[in-house]
Ligand binder design. Structure first.
Ligand code: FES
Length: 92
């Protein structure tokens, strides 16, 4: 996944090395999450209007930085160590 594909202040769900990730571009710094909803394992989707990660399965919602806005999830999206190599986002 390329950082240039994610405008600052936006997020994008995708994969890195086959692993589902959710990446938020925080003013040029990627914040990388394991995109596995802590409720029951579905993948969240970026909600551009609300700037949240929304889970389509049971309605959990998380802030851009991964903290819970709405349950049933009770814990945040797990953060991963991300880094940028050129324009490519990699896991650290
Ligand atoms: S798996 Fe995400 S809300 Fe249930």
């Amino acid at each position: 996944m390329k950082l240039s594909e994610i405008p600052p202040g936006s997020g994008k769900a995708g994969t890195i090395n086959g692993k589902p990730v959710a990446v938020y571009n925080d003013s040029g710094t990627p914040v990388v999450f394991d995109n596995t909803c802590p409720h029951a394992g579905c993948e969240t989707e970026w909600n551009a209007a609300e700037k949240t990660w929304d889970c389509p399965c049971h309605g959990s919602r998380f802030t851009a930085q991964g903290t819970v806005v709405n349950g049933p999830a009770t814990s945040p999206l797990p953060k991963l160590n991300g880094k940028v190599e050129g324009d490519e986002i990699a896991l650290g």
